[in-house]
Design a binder for this molecule. Structure first.
Ligand code: FES
Length: 414
């Protein structure tokens, strides 16, 4: 099946996302004649003004893959061409011949050599005579797109509660482009779906982060996303480089993650590289809730991500809680998850470790979602419910800042 993107002008609000964020190789999103059907604009458009249509097979062109010639339809992506000739596309690392988790050109996990240059195969179009090599050289320096180098006054879910001031900078943060989730309420969608930045090596990114640390005079350096774990070689090398550039004992290397591909080996490598703080998200106790929050439609892959994230939290707590600071993130919005499910999540986390930090994030209307932001009082109720499970370190993000773990009982407010 081959596809083409078209703009539905009735829905288009001229927000500019398709021109400024989408890595459209034709550089003219929705321009039917040049569209390669990568789907990045369809994934990104906050107004759902892009329609993907099936198109008839185009005329054939010739390309070479690892020295072998193939005839493939023109105006498709390199990823699609590889699929066409029999490559298997994976949504989990090491499953399939090519790992393609974000499909918007952000993570560069799908990068291969195209006409001598390393490029993401998911958003690069095929051309007559193109030469593709699917094996990257051993000395390959991974790259990925990164956004923003900034001071942060509350940090992320993996930031210890006692540091969250709400003013000034307590850590510096950067955000990796590309995500394997499709959360309708994504709070960071312009980064998550960005395919139009300069791709950086781990060393380049670590130098920028070190500079940002110095500018803000803090010790904590965080990376979030999008999903920062998608490109494993990049992330491991980034933390190693960051540690080399920041050898002092006060330096903290923090990642916030959806934990969906964080296998045990991956966690071991992150700790070995120097990671000191981690904020894994658990987006529900039921698979149904997880799929609603993440926007994932494929139940098989959703289940794999869901199970991996819970397993990752268990593994982290059982093996690294004395070495790495762990702060678990869970979502709340009454339209996405019930209070009963929140209570059950609290029970499950309590069984793992009653002391672990649990940070509840108030999910609000962002990107495509029309949900309402939970009120302060709703978040107080969530806080009380989680505390009643026996968890000692519950914090809740609210419109008026965080409710900390040491607040007196707040039940009187509702
Ligand atoms: S899957 Fe191609 S850049 Fe992320």
């Amino acid at each position: 099946m081959f596809y083409i993107a078209e703009k539905n002008l009735n829905n288009c609000k001229k927000c500019g996302a398709c021109d400024e964020i989408v890595a459209c190789s034709s550089m003219r999103v929705g321009y039917v004649e040049e569209c390669i059907g990568c789907g990045a604009c369809f994934i990104t458009c906050p107004n759902e003004a892009i329609i993907i249509k099936e198109k008839p097979r185009e005329k054939e062109i010739k390309i070479k893959v690892n020295g072998e010639s193939f005839s493939i339809p023109e105006k498709i992506t390199v990823k699609k061409a590889l699929e066409f000739i029999g490559y298997k596309i994976g949504k989990f690392p090491n499953e399939g011949d090519l790992f393609v988790p974000c499909e918007v050109g952000g993570c560069w996990s799908c990068a291969i050599i195209i006409n001598g240059e390393i490029k993401p195969s998911c958003v690069t179009g095929v051309k007559e005579g193109m030469k593709i090599k699917t094996q990257l050289p051993k000395d390959y320096k991974p790259k990925r797109l990164i956004h923003g180098w900034m001071g942060h006054s509350v940090g992320g879910v993996g930031t210890p509660w006692w540091l969250k001031k709400g003013y000034g900078s307590i850590e510096v943060a950067t955000f990796a482009c590309g995500c394997n989730f499709r959360c309708p309420q994504c709070q960071n969608w312009t980064t998550t779906y960005c395919g139009k930045e300069v791709a950086l090596t781990p060393r380049e990114a670590a130098l920028l982060m070190t500079h940002t640390r110095r500018m803000h005079g803090v010790n904590r350096m965080a990376i979030s996303g999008g999903e920062c774990t998608l490109n494993k070689p990049w992330l491991i090398q980034y933390i190693q480089e960051l540690k080399k550039l920041n050898p002092d004992e006060k330096a903290r290397f923090h990642i916030d993650t959806n934990a969906s591909i964080l296998t045990k080996d991956y966690i071991d490598e992150l700790v070995e590289a120097g990671m000191t703080d981690i904020g894994p998200d658990l987006k529900g106790l039921k698979l149904e809730t997880f799929m609603k929050i993440t926007g994932l439609k494929d139940e098989k892959i959703a289940e794999k991500y869901y199970r991996t994230s819970w397993e990752a939290v268990k593994y982290l707590i059982n093996n690294y809680k004395d070495k790495v600071f762990i702060g678990i993130g869970i979502p709340y919005n009454k339209d996405l998850i019930s209070l009963e499910e929140i209570a059950k999540m609290g029970d499950e986390i309590y069984k793992l470790d009653p002391e672990v930090q649990v940070c509840v994030l108030d999910y609000r209307p962002e990107f495509r979602s029309k949900i309402l932001r939970p009120s302060y009082y709703e978040m107080v109720k969530v806080w009380d419910i989680l505390k009643s499970t026996g968890l000692k370190t519950v914090i809740c993000q609210t419109e008026y800042g965080h409710i900390g773990p040491k607040e007196p009982s707040l039940s009187r407010f509702y």
